[in-house]
Design a protein around this ligand. Structure first.
Ligand code: 5GP
Ligand code: MG
Ligand code: MG
Length: 188
């Protein structure tokens, strides 16, 4: 385990197992929609990249991937600083007519990110819009937020690893863990 990690919440083996099951759930659910079988995946950058990389290899559908870049925890912030959709890394078509869109993010916390991005995508007229998160924090705002697919519910703590960062570090940790308070305080 990395020295900066207080405790591991979810191991790489638990993640791998859960992703296979979740992909099956998503596949069965999308099959109920009357459409051509194709899916347009929209990963929210940067935190979802590892989740998406693992998930798409368990999804058999014909698929396009279009990126959406959003930041709310810039730099060393551990609380949301407001949702900002970045235009530079946004490759989502303006017109999503007829498409079944699967929006994927790393974590559902206040819900502000999913809310801002779903509002934006709905304006583009998709046939269906489904939402998927790797993690959901066990706090009222997150637990009551409407979301289609959740891989794991976790305690309301600031987590890193498996794509999730602190100051853009720790994304490459293969497990999901809680950072030591001393590490966060050093940057405060
Ligand atoms: P929300 O908009 O739901 O409050 O937060 C979603 C975004 O905030 C996530 O996409 C993620 O980038 C960031 N975030 C929220 N909680 C955490 C956390 O515990 N750890 C990390 N690394 N990022 C978080
Ligand atoms: Mg994010
Ligand atoms: Mg971040």
């Amino acid at each position: 385990m990395n020295d900066d990690i207080e405790k591991v919440l979810i191991t790489r083996q638990q993640i791998a197992q859960r992703i296979e099951a979740l992909a099956q759930e998503v596949t069965a659910d999308l099959a109920k929609i009357d459409h051509d079988g194709e899916v347009t995946l929209v990963p929210i950058l940067t935190g979802s990249i590892i989740f998406v990389a693992d998930m798409i290899r368990c999804l058999p559908q014909r698929m396009q991937i279009h990126l959406m870049s959003v930041s709310s925890y810039p730099g060393t912030a551990t609380t949301s600083q407001g949702v900002k959709i970045e235009n530079a890394l946004n490759t989502v078509p303006q017109d999503l007519t007829g498409r079944v869109v699967l929006l994927m993010d790393d974590i559902l916390d206040s819900g502000n990110t999913f809310r801002a991005v779903t509002e934006e995508l709905k304006k583009r007229n998709p046939l269906a819009l489904k939402t998927c998160t790797l993690l959901r924090k066990q706090r009222p705002e997150a637990m009551s937020f409407p979301i289609d697919y959740v891989a794991f519910d976790i305690p309301d703590e600031f987590v890193v690893g498996y794509g999730l960062d602190f100051d853009d570090y720790y994304r490459n940790l293969p497990e999901i863990g809680v950072l030591k308070k001393s590490v966060i305080e050093q940057h405060a």
